[in-house]
Ligand binder design. Structure first.
Ligand SMILES: [Zn+2]
Length: 335
């Protein structure tokens, strides 16, 4: 059994993206409900009025996670990855509820503070797992981050939480090699952008083939450049791929790449939109598929980096599937 932190805040619902947006506050409410019904968290539900039916397949776990709230952080932490213009764009844009990145990244006056809190949640998860071996953590936060590039917010993402978390770990804990595995159904273009010329961060993304899905990057020939050549690994999955195809990709490509790199910390961009029920993509992972992915990653962390694994929420837009799969993810992290 591992010590696992569930890092979250009820304030993550304050980032208001409007009634029709898939990246909406109810995602946080659904996860908070599911992890409590599953028995993984025993603190009071901050959203008791929220209604949702997860169906009969929500797991029941006899394992417990520790519930932790992130603290506010200094806005300059964003500059570990982003340019000052991104910080200003998000700060000023939020103040006037601007829509960033064309049409799909709306903000509200609270968005700047909540984006910083979402970043803090990721950093808190890293701090928890670096405090001693055999620790894991999950940051249940929004807005997500993996599409945000060094020079621009993008695709529902304001700041790149996981990229900044990797830099934070290198800076604060004097470690060199950080691996990031991104199983969100969309390519983590922002994370790739941050590290494609950096051989000290291995970025592996499994996603629906870019010729069939947003953002259109993440082709297999994108392998990084200069000092980072070979430490970007893109694995493009065909529409309709399911648990077996993902299991093979993990065994044949992800795990061998991690073994070659020998990370000192494993970070996970945990998106749950590759679920067969998800409305935004065409991959067919089952609930059990997310348990399988998590088991592979936990085994890799155990054998390569003293069990240290911090997982950070990205996408996932079918609320019952999102809640059920996060509960399974936490259950596997805690085993
Ligand atoms: Zn996604």
């Amino acid at each position: 059994m591992k010590s696992v932190a569930f890092v979250s805040s009820s304030r993550f619902i304050e980032h208001n993206t409007g009634p029709a947006h898939p990246e909406r506050p109810d995602r946080i409410r659904a996860i908070h409900r599911a992890v409590r019904l599953a028995g993984l968290i025993n603190t009071p539900d901050p959203f008791p009025e929220f209604q949702i039916d997860f169906g009969p397949s929500l797991i029941r776990s006899d394992l417990r996670c520790e519930s932790i709230e992130p603290d506010p952080i200094d806005e300059r932490t964003v500059l570990l990855v982003h340019t000052p213009s991104v910080l200003e764009q998000v700060k000023r844009g939020s103040a006037r509820s601007a829509v960033l990145d064309g049409s799909d990244t709306p903000t509200c006056p609270a968005s700047f503070d909540i984006a910083l809190l979402s970043l803090s949640s990721a950093l808190t998860a890293v701090d928890y797992v670096m405090a001693s071996p055999d620790r894991r953590a999950f940051s249940c936060a929004r807005p997500p981050g993996h599409h945000a590039e060094v020079m621009r917010p993008m695709g529902f993402c304001l700041f790149n939480n996981i990229a900044i978390a990797a830099r934070h770990a290198q800076k604060l804990y004097d470690i060199e090699r950080v691996a990031i595995v991104d199983f969100d159904v969309h390519h983590g273009n922002g994370t790739q952008d941050a590290f494609e010329d950096d051989g000290r961060v291995l970025f592996i993304s499994l996603h629906q083939h870019p010729s069939t899905l947003y953002p259109g990057t993440g082709h297999e020939h994108e392998v990084g450049h200069d000092a980072g050549r070979g430490t970007t690994v893109n694995i493009a999955m065909n529409p309709g791929a399911g648990d077996d195809a993902y299991d093979r990709a993990m065994q044949q490509r992800v795990i061998p790449a991690l073994e070659r790199f020998k990370p000192q910390l494993l970070l996970v961009s945990a998106g749950f939109d590759a679920h067969t029920s998800d409305p935004l993509a065409h991959i067919d992972l089952s609930d059990e598929g997310f348990s399988m992915l998590t088991r592979h990653l936990c085994q890799a962390a155990d054998s390569l980096c003293e069990g240290r694994l911090a997982s950070i929420l990205e996408g996932g837009y079918h609320l019952p599937a999102l809640g059920r799969c996060v509960a399974r993810h936490l259950h596997e992290l805690a085993r």
